[in-house]
Design a protein around this ligand. Sequence first.
Ligand code: ZN
Length: 878
Amino acid sequence: MLAALTLAAALSVPSPVAPETRHDPKIPTLKQVVGHDLGEEITSPDQIAAYLDALAAAAPDRARVVEYARSEEGRPLHVLVLGSPERVARLEDVKKGLRALADPRGLASADAERLVREMPAVVWLMHAVHGNEISSPDAALALAYHLLAAQGDETAEIVRREAIVLVDPLQNPDGRARFLATNRPGRAATPDPEPAAAEHDEGWPGGRANHYLFDMNRDWFAQTQPETRGRLQVFLEWYPHVAVDLHEMGGDSTYYFAPPARPLNPHITRPQQQWLEAFGRAIAGRFDAAGQAYFVREVFDSFYPGYGETWPLLQGSVGMTFEQASARGLVWRREDDSPLTFLDGIHNHLRAALATVETAARGREKLLRDFLDFRRSAIAEGEAGPVRQYVLEAGADRARLLRLAGLLAGQGIEMKVATGEIRSGTRAFPVGSIVVPLAQPAGRLVRNLLDPRVSMDEAFVKEQDRRRKKRLPDEIYDVTAWSLPLVFDVECAGAGVLAGETRAFLPGAVAEEHALAPAKVAWLLPWGSGTAAAVAEALQAGLKVRVAEAGFRLSGRAWRPGTAIVRVAENPENARETLGRIARRHDAEVAAVDTGYVEEGVSLGSGRVRLLKKPRVLLAWDRPTSSVSAGWARWVLERRFGQPVTAVRVSSFRRVDLTRYDVLVLPSGDYGSVLGEEAVKRIHEWVEAGGTLVALGEASRWLTREKVGLLDTKTELRDGKPEPEPSREEKKEGEKPPAKDKDTKPEPFDLEKAIQPERERPDAVPGALLRVTLDPEHWLSAGTDGEIHTVVESQRVFAPLKLDKGTNVGVYAKKDQVVGSGLVWDDVRDLLAQKAFLMHEPEGEGHVVAFAEDPNYRGYAEATELLFMNAVLLGPAY
Ligand SMILES: [Zn+2]
């Protein structure tokens, strides 16, 4: 064994498995299957899969491997199901019983009692959603081995009898593979504990995220990634009573487990909080006995429903996060010079997991009863208030409504669709509107996703206000708003008792299979999310598509600006079939017209009907882009809208012939360190010749720099003054303190005033939804109704463009209306009101399009994603 590692191993955390425990030799050890012992090597995704198969093969009566998804890079994701032979022999029956327990409607109380007595406690352990958090998958393998092989071990015995354990050893195989691809080649002959050593230093983008660089621990309700969608299906198949997400954090920390930090999501119930305490105490007991340090409550909260902890909580499970200090390799030197080994992390995770499965097994009946009560009380709550259901109104963009409904259905939420007009009191909703009843077992999740706002503990907010005034970092862990009707821009109304006919909503059943109507002159598609996706695909398929700059009236129907037009005469004969197939896939509405004679507005043959280009899109990749922003943009283009894109590392920018591209997307980032004068000059020339430059977030700030000069505005400081150039720190004229009059007495010293910094950016908005007013005449706002909400998570405030420079296509609403949802400090709100969100600056034949915030936020910001796609699809045509 290597010297440094031997030293580290000597100081290692002792194994939580008692040394005298006997293990059944018929169950293979990790070493027998993959060649290394626990903690000697970071087990690769392939080796993990091989070991699961070996375990299941050795104990087919007690273990089953289920593949639940494939990652974007083609790697399988698994759960290993561990249970007693009696239960494993009839797993489908067991699952049926568990699902019955999850839906108390129609469940007689005697049957409910029987299920509580007979059903196992189901504990779902999910490991390493962040691929560079390396110790938990190996801990998962150790736990599985122990539960299958340990003999005469009290914990293993009771867990086998009372529980089913679902072990998902690796939630993010692509991320772990990426981590290993830098760790192994970077490794010293003797693993180097130096934190800055190549083996610990991952480079862009690191192994945390998946292929599309999404943080999948934010994706639970958005379900943008195949890994997340697969996990939700596992949940809905089993309805586990305990769901644990095992992570790693910085190497100088210790270990974290429940109960979570404030703020708590207000829909988490009292019994759930008691369980969080109970699990926390049980885990603490094991850590105390081993002399291991840990902390609870301080950092990781349970507010945002997209976490792997909170989403299960809102369905009634006891959801928890565990965090182990990361060795980010085999051994890590802590600040106090003590070594932290990979094996230490494995042992701590194993310790916490053993305490969890044991506590669940011992508390089985109460756990099941509390779960049942959660689901029952959710229904009762939904029946109690004045609002009994939400109605998602069928509006101009049916595709977006269906996408939202599909997203809700994918997480086990029941809906109905109106088969005629429906009414609540005096309010009427059109046919096709979707009704989401609150009285359902997942009602608390419904409230979380559809309520316009979810309240945050007032004392917590007050404390954060106090902290920011002292310039202490805030304790807000994630975003403060996510309301899906706002980010999708779908009308959502609370309703009481409804009158009218509905039927159950089944996702996918709505797209009717009839062919497109034949047209003599053209097919028209009202612009929107579905049409943008259909048009992107139609252009790839070789169809000629045009868009109308302005509105018109044809055959008695009003068509808004941005309407897409597919002329029969200029398209191939099979256009009807091709367009029909594409439109159906994206739920885009298509109308056939037999005349081009308009009653009002632009004609179909007008010069103001523009031919779209099949856009050739270049995306800046790698440093200095923000990896999430780059990943979201790539995913939105490739996967949401089917638009091919070439991702080029910024350091290779000089190799690209820009004239081969129509659109250049700059994800959030400060490009000043990589793109010099020559690159900036090339971008200018390319835009002047007709290119469309699309800048997101921090990239837009870069465009305003004097040396860049692509956007004629400035970001603002806290006092509303323009932010100085980074290179120039000297005071400008007009900022000198006013000369004092000799005769007046000096003002009394004001400490509060004296300590205020002179040049400071505004406080960050912690992920709120702000209302944006759009210019309906501008092509960038096609497909909107003139108002949307955007996620704001930054300190950026852009002064609006002057009229001679360009158009402020989207501006934040006035201060009394600007906050749609979430936390925005009053002074920041006042500063942001009526400032620029979406700017368009023409340059020569081309366009500079700048977003103040990231329009592709987490892939769920549907309404602003359309603005982004408008820039990409429409920019080259204007
Ligand atoms: Zn993590």
